[in-house]
Design a protein around this ligand. Structure first.
Ligand SMILES: Cc1cc2nc3c(=O)[nH]c(=O)nc-3n(C[C@H](O)[C@H](O)[C@H](O)COP(=O)(O)OP(=O)(O)OC[C@H]3O[C@@H](n4cnc5c(N)ncnc54)[C@H](O)[C@@H]3O)c2cc1C
Ligand code: FES
Length: 498
């Protein structure tokens, strides 16, 4: 069983073909991060004649892009009717239209460069197995919003799913693809005109000079694109982004049909279901059960619930892939895209809609760098701060952060000594006034780091299903050896010798 890797990683060719950065270089644009946002920006800017260098900490596409669902749709996971109620009909329509342009760009790239990434146009479907008054009203509101946005939308019964469905809403002309094959395909195309480096984690930036540094090299550029999903470092924007993790589970379909299409359940908990064909194997995927990063006590329960969902709805074989990804949810429901300071660009807050929003953000920022007007840039501008529209979410995220800081105060340790940590588990202990993150491996060897997050000093929590230390404040995550995996933290958790 290929567990703990996404179906996309499990069905794409091996990556990791680009060398790491060494020495000092100069470029027009340096892009930090090689997901869909970084690679799309690289492609657009290279096409415009800019000298571009991409620096990726791990491998191209193995951040959230390669752990997503591969759905491309004009609506958003908080729904267009919610955007309409919060921002008004004009912004709602602009969101749908701008996202449509981004999907069209993805399709145009695939056609132009002949990228083999399982792309096809298909429908987006909301479905309810059980109907109640709230769901009925919601479907009507969403129908209205989508109609105003010019979408080809209809209401119906079962959209072809192999289980009972009471009502559905269908939007035609959306799309699905293999997200990892797509970004790796883009990398293969742009590598002829720009430099790409993997295993090149940016560990320092000189914001005054526009210089980014890795362990063995540095790049000076007039423009620095932070395509790291959430900006690395300490910035105000982190107070309006809620980090959440979400799981995916896939299994082979043994009998029955799972039609092509994007399917989101309207009954709670919300789930996203789709099929994927790899050679002669038909897979069914379910994604859902999101929880705030660093807050899920027994994260294996989330995976079990998704497995049970698949077993109760489909005739499947054993689970073949299990994975997780992170999303950053903006407090006022729109991404943050734009220039920060003299050199830097932030592209963040995509929630779980960032294959499309990441593409759109790349279009907006590339136009800013090239000096071309972009009609969508004001809607998503970074400088907006909307206390009225985002107050509830802003308060919720930050009240929670305050709780986490207080939790980090001495005396909130989970075990009194390292001996109490069972093999295969991690616990925070307190020793001589210091919080320690202790992971005991299966052989009984302790791996000890500081439990104080290097971003803004919250105490990290153990994530048992992914064996990582996750920060409940802004979503930084660390390996058991302290190495940063993702989130705004730049520095690793210091290793403690005991
Ligand atoms: C479970 C799940 C399902 C989803 N499904 C969908 C979907 O169906 N449709 C959709 O539109 N969106 C979906 N999303 C959201 C979407 O996947 C993301 O928003 C999108 O992939 C973000 O792309 P990105 O390039 O900005 O970030 P990433 O893909 O995370 O790329 C950022 C890259 O930056 C690198 N990096 C980080 N720090 C450094 C550093 N210091 N130096 C160098 N490199 C660094 C990382 O290694 C990473 O590769 C989903 C999200 C989740 C969690
Ligand atoms: S991610 Fe901000 S304090 Fe840990």
């Amino acid at each position: 069983m290929e567990k703990t890797i996404s179906i996309w990683e499990g069905t794409a060719k091996q990556g990791g073909t680009f060398s790491s950065l060494t020495g000092h270089k100069e470029a027009d644009v340096v892009i930090i991060g090689g997901g869909i946002t970084g690679l799309t920006s690289a492609m657009l800017l290279s096409e415009a004649g800019k000298k571009v260098i991409v620096l990726e900490a791990l491998q191209i596409g193995l951040g959230t892009t390669g752990n997503s669902t591969g759905n491309l749709y004009i609506t958003v996971d908080e729904y267009l009717s919610v955007i309409k109620n919060k921002w008004g009909p004009e912004v709602m329509k602009a969101v749908a239209h701008s996202r449509k342009e981004a999907i069209n760009l993805i399709e145009a790239n695939i056609t132009k460069y002949n990228l083999d990434c399982d792309f096809y146009r298909t429908s987006f479907n909301l479905f309810a197995e059980d109907l109640d008054k709230d769901i009925e009203e919601f479907i009507e509101e969403e129908l209205q919003a989508l109609t105003e946005a010019g979408a080809a939308v209809s209401i119906g019964g079962n959209p072809g799913l192999p289980f009972e469905v009471a009502k559905s809403l269908t939007v035609e002309g959306q799309a699905q693809f293999h997200p990892l094959k797509y970004v790796r395909g883009l990398a293969e195309i742009v590598k002829d005109t720009c430099e790409i480096h993997e295993n090149s984690q940016v560990i320092d930036f000189d914001e005054d000079e526009g210089i980014v540094k890795t362990k063995d090299g540095s790049v000076k550029a007039a423009h620095v694109i932070m395509a790291t999903h959430t900006p690395k470092g300490v910035y105000g924007v982190h107070t309006v982004l809620g980090p959440y993790r979400e799981y995916g589970v896939a299994a082979e379909l043994l009998s029955g049909e799972m039609p092509r299409g994007i399917f989101w359940s309207l009954n709670q908990p919300k789930r996203s279901v789709r099929c994927f064909k790899d050679g002669d194997k038909d897979y069914v995927l379910v994604i859902g059960d999101k929880y705030k990063t660093g807050h899920g006590d027994d994260t294996s329960e989330y995976i079990q619930r998704l497995e049970s969902y698949l077993t109760s709805h489909f005739n499947i074989g054993p689970v073949t892939h299990v994975w997780a990804g992170q999303q950053y949810r903006p407090a006022d429901n729109l991404p943050y895209i734009g220039k920060h300071g003299d050199f830097m660009y932030f592209l963040t807050g995509f929630a779980s809609d960032g294959l499309v929003y990441g593409t759109l953000a790349s279009m907006i920022v590339s136009d800013m760098i090239i000096g071309k007007a972009n009609k969508w840039q004001d809607i998503y501008k970074l400088s907006r701060f909307t206390p009225v529209k985002s107050f509830t979410e802003f308060f919720k995220e930050n009240a929670d952060n305050l709780v986490q800081y207080l939790k980090g105060a001495p005396s909130d340790a989970e075990a009194d000594s390292m001996e109490e940590v069972p093999p295969g588990e991690g616990k925070v202990i307190e020793k001589e006034g210091e919080k320690l993150a202790v992971y005991k491996d299966e052989n009984g060897v302790n791996h000890v780091c500081s439990a104080v997050c290097t971003h803004l000093k919250c105490t990290v929590n153990w994530n048992p299903s992914e064996k990582s230390w996750d920060c409940p404040c802004h979503g930084s995550r660390f390996k058991t050896n302290g190495q940063v995996i993702e989130g705004p933290a730049v520095a690793d958790l210091p290793v403690i010798t005991t």
